[in-house]
Write a protein that binds this ligand. Structure first.
Ligand code: CA
Ligand code: CA
Ligand code: CA
Ligand code: CA
Length: 371
């Protein structure tokens, strides 16, 4: 944390033709600085992590990249690099030019990383690509949630650029949510995902994309033929995205899908090859009360980084003896055909707020509690 590359790349970590496994790390407050922060070239790339000529053998897994700064690629800059980036949080990273959260760039070769189960939130770029900038690069982006990323230029969620027909960005975006990202044009379709310059194609399927009018006949990127939707994803509490514990990637996060979310059971099971979601729960889970509009055998995967579970959490303050007594009461009084789930005994409630040192009991959705 709080490292600085003075007129260089890689404020936190610099990788050159190497394949590290970066796992379970917090990479925060680092800075890759530039002599000219508004230049399109030069140093200042990758405030958190910079990689050049790194292959898919490079893994960035279950990391939080937040509050990093740079000229381009505030969280991560992939320069002719294609790492796997799985289960990571990109939050509040800022750059002066391109790619607030991530910048994928072709200097020697295209950067085509595989990015799955990630959250991009509150990242900002002053020119293009608040959440992500792709420059002659074509990442696979799967089960990611892009929310409230911003830029003063174009492509609040993601910007894709290429100079001509032979040098384009063609990202594949599957099972993702792009919501409330903003750019110079506002918060419509092009502010979520933009393709500019010489073109290219963003192939977007089984995804929820914000546009100017929700739940109407016009749905972005091929609409219902591509199994996309433009309905409000109904996050649990978008005003508190990291939840009461103040930590992203835990079970109280506000960007989980609320009951009745159109993103539940609406993804493509074949798109992702991971077993857990961003909080470590099952990546595929069926909500029996939601019809399965996605693709594949039950259980059908959701859109976004968080898989919905059909219980609701109830925080209870208790000590050891009270816990067992209460558990017995709950077991007896919950109506038939419902099960009691205990997701963690390592949380407690104090003053009505959950923290990380006590207990959370989860009751099944629609169970009737007769206490
Ligand atoms: Ca619409
Ligand atoms: Ca949390
Ligand atoms: Ca599901
Ligand atoms: Ca279902």
């Amino acid at each position: 944390m709080h490292n600085k590359a003075h007129y260089g790349d890689g404020g936190g970590i610099y990788c050159n033709n190497s394949s590290p496994a970066i796992k379970n790390c917090i990479i925060a407050g680092n800075w890759a600085s530039s002599q000219d922060p508004l230049s399109d070239t030069g140093p200042g790339k990758g405030g958190g992590i910079y990689g050049i000529s790194c292959t898919s053998a490079m893994k960035i897994t279950n990391c939080t990249l937040r509050d990093n700064r740079g000229r381009a690629g505030g969280g991560v800059c992939n320069d002719s690099s294609s790492p796997d980036v799985i289960g990571c949080i990109f939050a509040s990273n800022r750059v002066t030019v391109f790619g607030g959260g991530m910048y994928n760039r072709d200097i020697l070769n295209p950067s085509n990383p595989k990015i799955a189960n990630c959250v991009f939130i509150g990242n900002d770029a002053e020119e293009y690509g608040g959440g992500m900038e792709n420059e002659i690069s074509s990442p696979q982006v799967i089960n990611c949630t892009f929310y409230e990323n911003s830029t003063e230029g174009y492509g609040g969620g993601m910007d894709n650029w290429g100079p001509d027909v032979d040098h384009q960005s063609n990202p594949t975006i599957t099972n993702c949510i792009f919501w409330d990202n903003t750019d110079e044009s506002g918060s419509g379709e092009s502010a979520q995902i933009r393709v500019g310059g010489g073109g290219g194609t963003a192939t977007v399927t089984y995804s929820c994309i914000d546009d100017d009018i929700h739940n109407d006949d016009y749905i972005p990127f091929g609409g219902s033929q591509n199994h996309n939707i433009d309905d409000n994803p109904l996050f649990v509490d978008a005003d508190d995205p990291d939840g009461l514990d103040g930590i992203f990637g835990t079970g109280d996060d506000g960007l989980r899908l609320g009951f009745g979310s159109p993103c539940i059971d609406a993804g493509d099971n074949d798109a992702v090859n991971v077993s857990t979601d961003i909080v470590g729960g099952a990546r595929m889970n069926n909500d029996p009360y939601v019809s399965d509009t996605g693709m594949g055998d039950l259980p059908v995967i959701d859109m976004g980084a968080y898989e919905h579970i059909w219980w609701f959490p109830v925080g209870l303050k208790m000590s050891g003896g009270e816990f067992h007594t209460l558990l017995l009461i709950l077991l007896v009084q919950i109506t038939a055909n419902s099960a009691l789930g205990i997701v963690s005994r390592n949380h407690s409630a104090s003053n009505g707020r959950l923290d990380r040192s006590g207990a959370v009991i989860c009751l099944p959705h629609r169970a009737t509690l007769k206490t």
